[in-house]
Design a protein around this ligand. Structure first.
Ligand code: SF4
Ligand code: SF4
Ligand code: SF4
Length: 300
């Protein structure tokens, strides 16, 4: 069975316990204004352009069967509407300025990559994390990858927005050691405004997952000016208090890399800030939540 993968990152220290390999799947039903992985949102392969590497040599112009590339003395435009993501220009570029985000891979191919760090997983208590995008968009592939990984004795985490039918979570639960569960906004209207969906199903699923005894880590992106208000931070602490099997709360501070990546796939991110979040701010949020819950709160 094949899945559409846009990255596999080894040696990750922020996607669950220990040292992990994170498998990023394409496709997401949400459109978060601050999305850190905008290249994950589409369910199709996309052309990724690293303009700083481009020397305007023209090789891609010749290689493209759809005539998508146009060059001027100082500029390189790509017609994204015409692009069929065939990859011809990627192979032709001498400077690796073009990449295709989204490769079809078999479950066994992914596991071959994941298994390379097996010794480190044993030492550190790590394993494999499936992320995205929303892994449940490629549910059958995700379920098979988790099952095969579990058969090989690996520790599995899945990072999810929670926006998927509950039956799917029920079917994978035995193969998931920890759910990394995103809590983006506690206010339903703001959730709808900033992510494109309301949070009713997400909250219902979280409580169901907790009820079935699965461990969870709440992953909370905090975006200055959007959801860094005290009432939301308070709600995170309250929510944690209602969950029996929660392991930890991760505060995930905004960074502008998603904005830069959006430009590389020809899109514009709605949240336009170029500022990294200052450490003092992050520590303040962690402290604010931390004094309101007994659950450990850490930077994610
Ligand atoms: S991926 Fe294919 S269609 Fe798209 S710009 Fe490159 S060569 Fe043209
Ligand atoms: S082939 Fe590569 S370096 Fe040459 S113009 Fe195209 S993107 Fe730029
Ligand atoms: S759920 Fe994650 S991948 Fe999907 S749009 Fe939001 S931040 Fe991006």
């Amino acid at each position: 069975m094949k899945g559409l993968i846009f990255a596999i990152e080894r040696c990750s220290l922020h996607d669950g316990p220990g040292l992990r390999t994170t498998v990023f799947l394409k496709g997401c039903p949400l459109h978060c204004h601050w999305c850190h992985n905008p290249e994950s949102q589409s369910s199709y392969p996309e052309l990724y352009f690293l303009h700083e590497k481009c020397t305007l040599c023209g090789a891609c112009v010749k290689a493209c069967p759809k005539k998508c590339h146009s060059l001027s003395v100082s500029n390189h435009d790509i017609n994204r509407v015409l692009c069929a993501a065939c990859g011809c220009c990627v192979s032709a570029c001498p400077n690796s300025a073009l990449e295709l985000k989204g490769n079809q891979m078999d479950v066994w191919e992914v596991l071959e990559e994941v298994e390379k760090d097996r010794d480190f997983y044993v030492e550190s208590g790590g394993g494999m994390t499936i992320s995205g995008g929303e892994p449940m968009m490629q549910y059958e592939f995700t379920a098979e990858l988790l099952a095969q990984s579990k058969k090989r004795g690996l520790h599995n985490c899945i990072e999810t927005s929670g926006f998927a039918p509950m039956e799917r979570y029920l079917k994978i639960r035995d193969d998931v050691d920890i759910f990394l569960y995103d809590i983006k906004e506690s206010d339903p209207k703001r959730h709808l405004k900033y992510t494109g969906v309301d949070n009713r199903q997400i909250m219902e699923n979280l409580f169901e997952i907790d009820k079935m005894g699965s461990k969870s880590i709440l992953r909370c992106p905090i975006i200055p000016g959007l959801n860094d208000r005290e009432s939301h931070l308070e709600e995170i602490a309250k929510l944690a208090g209602k969950l029996k099997n929660i392991v930890e709360i991760n505060v995930m501070p905004y960074h502008p890399m998603g904005k830069a990546k959006s430009g590389r796939i020809g899109k514009k991110q709605p949240h336009e800030s170029n500022d990294f979040t200052e450490n003092e701010k992050v520590e303040k949020w962690i402290g604010f939540i931390g004094v309101r819950t007994t659950v450990p709160v850490k930077k994610g």
